[in-house]
Design a protein around this ligand. Structure first.
Ligand code: TEU
Ligand code: CA
Length: 573
């Protein structure tokens, strides 16, 4: 970190994002500043020194725009304003300015596959014959059916958070498409006016000082030609299966890049792409194509389920997880760039899911999962609370769940006769609610998140697991994240080294090398709650190897303790 004098916090040198670590904030659950029990922007600003101490380079803010909050902000009714729940535009300007003075950049969430049904664009589009009618997708009722009656929906496609993707609008007697819910009608990107309205809005935010965009379900914006020409969608879930990765996706992303100046201004761009394949990711993140810097794949967070249904639980042997990430490392090794994440506001907590959140193993499994992820090649994302090992919450009744997706699943599953205890088992493992419990700052009431009543209960384990305790203990998960981030900032091999997975079938050890010229790093991690022997002769020669980062003091022997990991620099031949 260079001295303040010459450092212009907002500077974005070429490819800066390839050495950055991003921290995701879910504003509703991060820090409340006015006692209404809901996190807000001044609350985030008050925690900037904590984030600077952690060492992160970028803050990704989940949506803070005006919104009816049906999907907690992923349903935007005004892209040019901040929701009063979270504060004001002036508060956001202050946050951006204060972040920049600490050398931290700010990335906004761009939600433009759909708007809120309260957005003026949609309110106008509802008027039959309005100039904005085709800004959204309207269809007549199914032939032979009375509009508005059950079964009259244009087709049997299902929404992510509701039974049908189609919502009847008595005003025009027609139906509109919402892949996620009726509160989130899909924009019609075939319309140049729609695209250019979005680009103008993005330029407006860039002029306010933001350093990039995380783009929500951006691979859903190019709908299938058959659908565009009026064909019905197939039954089943619309979004992920049928609509992802449409034929004009690259054209739209390249146009956006040009019109907003994403590359010329070195703005960080990451596209959330459920259903994206390595081929799509390699194409979209190929610098020569000037589309996006990186994408969020969903493959590694969709392995502990059956088919495309996250609620149909499946065990996840370690080889499947590590081989999937290695697959993406290899796939984007020549062109493109990976994002690296386990946690976000849509996923259950990684230490509970991929690790062991028992009192005995939580700290080491949180550290070791982070070691493995951050030593892969790509840009790491840390989700609020992950940096000190927050866990899933003990939500034991349907009423404990608040998320639109969780409640939709519980309702539909119950209607389909799924026993309540099975529904509760799936929710306990996979619900997004686990990621959304308030951040546990300290041992004070409500873990220091609010002086009021939190919108969602704080995880009762906050007395043991909180940021303040972790900051005080250099051997904590927080201390480990600081060291991982420092290693990425100081070691080029961590940033640019070629990745090779070792022992792909070993069901305890996750081990791989990163090499750049004759410099080689070796990562050895025991991702199990029982000791693991290093298979003799299976790993590079460890003599003269130097330990750069380890979770356990006596980390030289041939046996790794449960959840022990070591990052070693191998002696040059
Ligand atoms: O998520 C898209 C998405 O794919 C998720 O719905 C995901 O499949 C699911 O939640 C996994 O359980 C984005 C946002 O990240 C999410 O919060 C929004 O709800 C969604 O888009 C609609 O905007
Ligand atoms: Ca508040």
């Amino acid at each position: 970190m260079s001295s303040p004098a010459e450092f212009d916090g907002a500077a974005r040198p070429d490819l800066w994002w390839r050495s950055a670590v991003v921290y995701q904030i879910y504003p509703r659950s991060f820090q409340d500043s006015n006692g209404d029990g809901i996190g807000d922007i001044p609350g985030i600003t008050s925690r900037l020194d904590y984030l600077a101490e952690l060492g992160v380079d970028v803050l990704w803010l989940s949506p803070v725009y005006s919104s009816p909050q049906v999907d907690n902000g992923y349903d935007i009714s005004d892209y040019h304003d901040v929701d009063p729940l979270f504060g004001t535009l002036a508060d956001l300007d202050e946050l951006i300015a204060q972040a920049h003075t600490r050398g931290i950049k700010v990335v906004m969430d761009l939600v433009v596959n759909h708007t809120s049904d309260q957005h003026p664009w949609f309110v106008e589009s509802r008027q039959p014959g309005s100039a904005k009618r085709d800004w959204y997708f309207w269809r007549p009722a199914r032939p032979g059916h009375e509009p508005g009656t059950p079964g009259a929906e244009p087709d049997d496609s299902q929404a992510a958070f509701a039974p049908s993707t189609w919502t009847y609008d008595p005003r025009s007697g027609e139906y509109y498409l919402g892949i996620f819910s009726s509160a989130q009608p899909d924009l019609n990107w075939e319309m140049p006016e729609v695209r250019h309205a979005v680009y103008a809005m993005m330029r407006w935010w860039v002029d306010r000082g933001v350093d990039g965009f995380r783009m929500d379900v951006i691979n859903l914006i190019s709908k299938p030609p058959a659908f565009i020409s009026g064909e019905p969608l197939d039954p089943g879930s619309a979004g992920l299966g049928q609509i992802a990765n449409g034929p004009r996706l690259d054209e739209f992303l390249a146009e956006m890049n040009r019109e907003v100046g994403l590359d010329v201004q070195n703005l960080l761009t990451v596209g959330e792409m459920p259903g994206a394949t390595i081929e799509v990711a390699r194409r979209v993140t190929d610098p020569a194509r000037r589309e996006l810097n990186m994408v969020f794949t969903f493959e590694h967070v969709s392995l502990d389920q059956v088919d495309w249904n996250k609620w149909h639980l499946a065990d996840l042997p370690l080889p499947r997880l590590k081989q999937n990430l290695a697959h993406w490392q290899d796939g984007l090794a020549q062109a493109g760039w990976n994002s690296l994440y386990y946690d976000n506001h849509d996923q259950p907590r990684a230490v509970s899911r991929f690790g062991d959140d028992s009192a005995e193993h939580r700290v080491n499994s949180a550290k070791t999962l982070a070691t493995v992820l951050h030593l892969h090649k790509g840009t790491p994302y840390v989700y609020q609370g992950e940096e000190f090992g927050m866990t899933n919450a003990p939500l034991t009744q349907i009423e404990h769940y608040l998320d639109v997706e969780s409640l939709n699943y519980a309702t539909q599953a119950a209607a389909a006769g799924v026993p309540e205890e099975q529904i509760l088992r799936s929710l306990a493992r996979k619900a997004r609610d686990h990621a959304r419990t308030p951040v546990q700052w300290d041992q004070s009431p409500h873990a220091g998140f609010t002086t009021g009543v939190p919108w969602m209960g704080v995880n009762p384990n906050y007395r043991q697991i909180n940021a303040e305790a972790a900051r005080r203990d250099p051997d904590s998960v927080f201390g480990h994240f600081q060291r991982l981030i420092r290693l990425r900032h100081t070691d080029e091999v961590v940033r640019e080294g070629h990745f090779v997975l070792l022992l792909p079938e070993h069901d305890q050890l996750w081990t791989f090398t990163r090499s750049l010229g004759d410099r080689v790093l070796l990562v050895i991690a025991n991702c199990s709650s029982t000791p693991a022997e290093l298979p003799p002769g299976a790993l590079p020669n460890l003599d003269q190897a130097m330990l750069l980062l380890g979770t356990h003091p006596d980390s030289a022997g041939g046996t790794l303790a449960p959840w022990e990991s070591r990052v070693l620099r191998l002696a040059a031949d």
